[in-house]
Structures are given as structure tokens and as C-alpha cells.
Design a protein around this ligand. Structure first.
Ligand code: PLP
Length: 358
């Protein structure tokens, strides 16, 4: 029999995928534009593909149990000591392990909303007591967060789904006084060029989590890392499953770190497109737009609730998948999140929007 809490957890909603709509609307998968999962529209470069292909020759062997080569490269990339780095099967696995090693039943966990929905699921799994704090537009206020005295506080910068950064001064105010651990999720940090990394040297109650799924175009391979709080990193190393990242994933992630310039180039292209799309979106009277430091933009559709289905289906019929985040805790009214794609994909999204909203 599964535990009682499992019955009350709402599963993580991954949105729709091309497979889900191609049959329904008779559109080939190749034609579908997925602007739903904040993936990078550009694949890694040829040099990384070569490493991927060569890695196949080693699939009969286990990877190195401590992933030293990968950690060494992450340490070089971030300037953080290797001993303070843990790697995992996506940022998701690290977030889960941070909860597993820190939370007892009924421990208070602070989650500002609107935010990334996985934090609540993971905290619930540990029978923790969640304190959702609503900050319109995700403008975090340190005093309100500190009042809750979280054993764990989940922050996200840039935040999913609002796209904005956490103010550095507010974050420092929290870190200076918080007795529990503060997790800063920087899955999208490279799109903002602003990280809170330097605070790791100053505050040992901070842990920063990052992903290879966005900037490094590796969503399909599942690699992430956590840096900071020594006690937590050591505990994660103790309890993580042996060989939690595949050998191929570890080798390819390392190769990506050897091609940072390529990824910076495509990042700059995505950021240019983000600013162009943002400007175009602002021309629509019927839309509220959230400025973004990430590779997605949150929009509010100023229509009644019954327009939600029509809006979503209109795009799906055209083979464009958006993320419907209407009803997410902390968001009022119809909201959709749009990933920044390649230029022609963004154009198709904008002209479909023009067609439905005029
Ligand atoms: C804020 C945030 N954190 C973490 C993740 C999970 O990333 P990963 O693919 O590395 O598990 C996501 C994925 O969308 C995200 O939006």
C-alpha cells in the first residue's frame, strides 16, 4: 500500500509534447513547434556529437563512480571547489536529494509563488509542512520569508514561470538571518548573465542548483549539479544511487563545458530573439507581458476563463505548443508561458497570436 501522502500529491504537469498532438490534429511530429518546455532550440555542436558517438563504445562499462572528470570541469566553469559540487540526473534529482537529506516530517518549507511546481511535490513527499508565500510578479521580500523560519527555502532566479531575477540585496538579507538552508535554483541563469554564485563564498547556508537542460541543450540527457552547503553536498554523495548519471551523459556534459563559447553564441541569439518577441508582444492590447531574464516569456491573456480552451486549441491545431499555466498558485487569470525558439518559430507563434487576438 502506498503512503497516504501519495494520494494527495498532484503529479508534476510536464505540459504537452509533439507526440500528444500530432495524432490528434494530423500534423507530422517534425512540423510541430514546441514552445512549452523551455528547451534550447539549438542542438549541441558537432564536437559534442562526436563525443556522444564515441561514448557508445563504453556502454558496456560503468562510469566513474564519483564523476571526477565532470566535476573538475564544472569547478573550472563556476570557480567552485570540486568538493562542494554534486552531480545528478537533471537539476530535478538534486532538488529531490536536497529534500531527502534535509527534511523531517512537519519541517517548514518556504515556497514563494508563483513558482516552479516541483518544489512542493518534493517537500510533500517528505511530509514537510509547506508555507506558500505569494509575491505578485515574484518580487521576493526577505522579511516575509524570514518570518516563516523555513528549514528549507526554495528560491528561483530567473524564476519559472515569471522570468524575473531575485534581487541580490533581498537574497543577502535572507541568507544573513536564515537558520535553515536556502536553495537557489539557477536552471536558467546563463540566459540572464547574472548569477548569485559569488554568495557561496560568503554564506554556507546557501546551495545553488543548476541544469544542463537549458543553456547547454542537454534536456534529453538529464544532467544537473548542486553547489554549496558542505553538509548537504556530503550527504547527497552518501545517499545518491550509485552511478546516478549515465556514462554517456557525464561524458557529453563534460564535452559541453569544453564548448562554452558555442553555447554563449546561441544564448546571445536566444536573448536577441527574446527581446524581439517581447517588443512584439507589447503591441497587443489584449496581453499582459512579464519581462524576462530567461529563455521564456510569461503572458497574461486579458479574456474570460472560457477562452482558455479555445486559445490553447487554436495554437495546437497550428502545431504550436505553449505551456498553459492558468490556475498555477499565485497566478490570477489566463496565463501561458512561451519558450523562445528559433527566429522562424517565434514568427509563426507571433502571427498565430495576431490571428487569434488581432
Ligand atoms: C526552475 C527549474 N528548475 C529545475 C528544472 C529541472 O531541470 P532538469 O531538466 O535539469 O531536471 C526546471 C525544468 O524545467 C526548471 O524550470
Amino acid at each position: 500500500m502506498v503512503r497516504g501522502v501519495i494520494h494527495i500529491i498532484n503529479p508534476y504537469d510536464p505540459g504537452k509534447f509533439p507526440e500528444d498532438i500530432s495524432k490528434k490534429y494530423g500534423i507530422s511530429k517534425a512540423e510541430i513547434i514546441s514552445l512549452s518546455s523551455n528547451e534550447n532550440p539549438f542542438p549541441p555542436p558537432e564536437s559534442v556529437k562526436k563525443v556522444y558517438e564515441e561514448a557508445f563504445n563504453k556502454v558496456n562499462l560503468y562510469p566513474h563512480p564519483f564523476y571526477r572528470d565532470l566535476k573538475e570541469k564544472i569547478a573550472e566553469y563556476t570557480g567552485v571547489d570540486e568538493e562542494l559540487i554534486a552531480v545528478g540526473n537533471g537539476a530535478s534529482e538534486l532538488l529531490k536529494m536536497i529534500c531527502e537529506v534535509n527534511l523531517e516530517a512537519f519541517d517548514p518549507v518556504v515556497i514563494p509563488i508563483p513558482g516552479y511546481t516541483l518544489y512542493a511535490i518534493l517537500a510533500m513527499l517528505m511530509d514537510a509542512s509547506i508555507r506558500f508565500l505569494e509575491f505578485p510578479g515574484y518580487r521576493i521580500k526577505a522579511e516575509e520569508i524570514l518570518k516563516e523560519n523555513g528549514k528549507l527555502t526554495f528560491l528561483c532566479s530567473p524564476n519559472n514561470p515569471t522570468g524575473n531575477l531575485i534581487d541580490g540585496k533581498e537574497l543577502e538579507k535572507i541568507l544573513r538571518k536564515a537558520e535553515g538552508l536556502v536553495v537557489v535554483d539557477e536552471a536558467y541563469t546563463e540566459f540572464s548573465k547574472k548569477s548569485h554564485l559569488k554568495l557561496l563564498k560568503k554564506y554556507d547556508n546557501l546551495i545553488i542548483v543548476r541544469s544542463f537542460s537549458k543553456f547547454f541543450s542537454l534536456a534529453g540527457l538529464r544532467v544537473g549539479y548542486a553547489m554549496g552547503n558542505e553538509e548537504t553536498i556530503k550527504a547527497i554523495e552518501k545517499i545518491r544511487l550509485p552511478f546516478n548519471i549515465s556514462g554517456i551523459s557525464a561524458m557529453v556534459a563534460k564535452a559541453c563545458l569544453e564548448s562554452v563559447e558555442y553555447f554563449e553564441m546561441i544564448r546571445d541569439e536566444i536573448v536577441r530573439e527574446r527581446e524581439r518577441v517581447l517588443k512584439e508582444l507589447k503591441k497587443f492590447d489584449g496581453i499582459g507581458v512579464y519581462p524576462s531574464d530567461a529563455n521564456f516569456i510569461l503572458i497574461k491573456i486579458k479574456k474570460e476563463k472560457d477562452f482558455e480552451k479555445e486559445f490553447q486549441e487554436f495554437f495546437e491545431r497550428k502545431g504550436i505548443i505553449l505551456r498553459n499555466v492558468t490556475g498555477l498558485l499565485g497566478l490570477d487569470g489566463l496565463h501561458f508561458r512561451v519558450t523562445i525558439g528559433k527566429s522562424d518559430q517565434n514568427d509563426k507563434f507571433l502571427s498565430a497570436l495576431e490571428e487569434i487576438l488581432g
